[in-house]
Design a protein around this ligand. Structure first.
Ligand code: GLU
Length: 423
């Protein structure tokens, strides 16, 4: 079993002890309901045929249809998809959504495929998963390495299979293909809402805590990392470090995120030769590795890339006061305990990045009812849902004297376990 899957199971065990859940319920909630495995053939541009492995794991549907993204990544594997599917069950429960948890994955580097190959793979995945999904069965969405264009191909393929359009069977669609305003920024926006509520809460309860400007380091500049970096920059936080797969950039006076985004839009990359400093410096940012970014002296660290970034090896070097987990599973279980002992607070993934699936829920409602809400309306709804989720977790935290992660798990787990027992 992979370390990530083991961590996920250990967390459920620990939450069950705190919540005093019977063993039978616990066993049921550790096992996924269904595991689907596919081999997807793709005719490559050079004329050869290549087979890609893909999965859909349906973890639990006690509270509603399975819900969760599809990841395209070279390291994707069944254990990872199982762990991520389980995280989705807890995430949707915690957010109070009428959903269970699922996840999909394909072991592929999407950047190494041509647009035609990528389309064929996406359609192939949709054909493989089609018998198992539907607007009231399992509703896939984007995740790492997938986007609205990929989801649109899947929606189109699914419509061909079932003989009519069914946009509510997927979320994360493009606006043109009846997606929702605000869905793309939803995960980053949700992270900001949770951080805002956390800081408000800390400021009210702990004396002597300054409000601004907090310095922030963001690892990852994909859909999640880029949006949260931009939103925090716009809200007046000092974003001192960002990174993409090529490495990290740092400036002690803060990085002009809007400038980074404008240049990325024009050239397709984060140009390392340009000065992005918010201070007097005329120099390009200092360059670090992705690993070094985690250890920089920013107040708030935001891992927004992949799992297992903070482990026993580097947990002792983390200098941040707060970690907002925007990636799924970026902190290994053993590292989590070390951080807790050092007094570093961790706002866990199932709360911090739940804005994405909350945004998906509002997209699903609009698709089912053929409604269209403005971005302002969607973001206001996400804000209200997450503010409520944060307050509920905070109550749980006080009640059990637990870490944020444990408070989240106990709440999420209790909701699912009670519904399961009631059934
Ligand atoms: N992939 C996102 C997540 O991990 C969103 C899932 C969804 O919208 O269903 O939460």
């Amino acid at each position: 079993m992979s370390a990530f899957l083991q961590s996920t199971e250990e967390l459920i065990d620990a939450a069950a002890v705190v919540a005093r859940m019977p063993q039978g319920v616990l066993a049921r909630l550790k096992r996924p309901d269904h595991v689907w495995e596919f081999e997807i053939p793709v005719r490559m541009d050079d004329g050869t045929e290549k087979k890609f492995f893909g999965w859909r794991v349906q973890h639990n549907n006690t509270l509603g249809p399975y819900k969760g993204g599809i990841r395209f990544h070279p390291d994707a594997n069944l254990d990872e998809v199982k762990a991520l599917a389980s995280l989705m069950t807890w995430k949707t429960s915690l957010a109070g959504l009428p959903y269970g948890g699922g996840k999909g994955g394909v072991a592929v580097d999407p950047r190494a495929l041509s647009p035609r190959e990528l389309e064929e793979l996406s359609r192939g995945y949709a054909r493989a998963v089609a018998p198992h999904i539907g607007p009231h069965i399992d509703i896939p969405a984007p995740d790492v390495g997938t986007n609205a264009a990929i989801i649109d191909w899947m929606v189109d393929e699914y419509a061909k299979i079932i003989g009519h359009p069914e946009p509510a069977a997927f979320t994360g669609k493009s606006i043109e293909k009846s997606g929702s305003q605000g869905r793309e920024v939803a995960t980053g926006f949700g992270g900001y809402v949770i951080l805002r509520e956390y800081l408000k809460n800390e400021f009210q309860t702990k004396s002597g805590m300054d409000t601004t400007p907090y310095s922030v380091a963001v690892q990852g500049f994909g859909n999640v990392g880029a949006h949260i970096a931009r939103i925090l920059f716009e809200k007046g936080f000092k974003v001192v470090a960002i990174s993409d797969s090529k490495g990290a950039l740092y400036d002690k006076d803060g990085i002009d995120i809007q400038k980074v985004l404008d240049i990325k839009e024009r050239t397709g990359l984060i140009d390392r030769g340009i000065c992005y400093s918010m201070g007097p410096s005329q120099e390009p940012c200092k360059v670090f590795t992705n690993k070094e970014l985690l250890e920089l002296g920013a107040d708030i660290l935001i891992p927004a890339a992949l799992e297992d970034q903070i482990t026993e090896e580097n947990a002792a070097n983390i200098q941040a006061k707060v970690i907002l987990e925007m990636a799924n599973g970026p902190i290994a279980r053993s590292a989590d305990d070390m951080l807790e002992r050092r007094g570093i607070e961790v706002i866990p993934d199932i709360l911090a990045n739940s804005g994405g699936v909350v945004g998906s829920y509002f997209e699903w409602v609009q698709s089912l009812e053929q409604k269209y809400w403005s971005e302002e309306e969607v973001l206001a709804k996400i804000d209200a849902k997450l503010t409520e989720a944060f307050a509920a977790v905070n109550e749980e935290k006080k009640k059990y004297g637990a870490s944020w992660r444990m408070a989240c798990y106990v709440r999420a787990f209790t909701r699912v376990a009670n519904a399961l027992q009631a059934k």
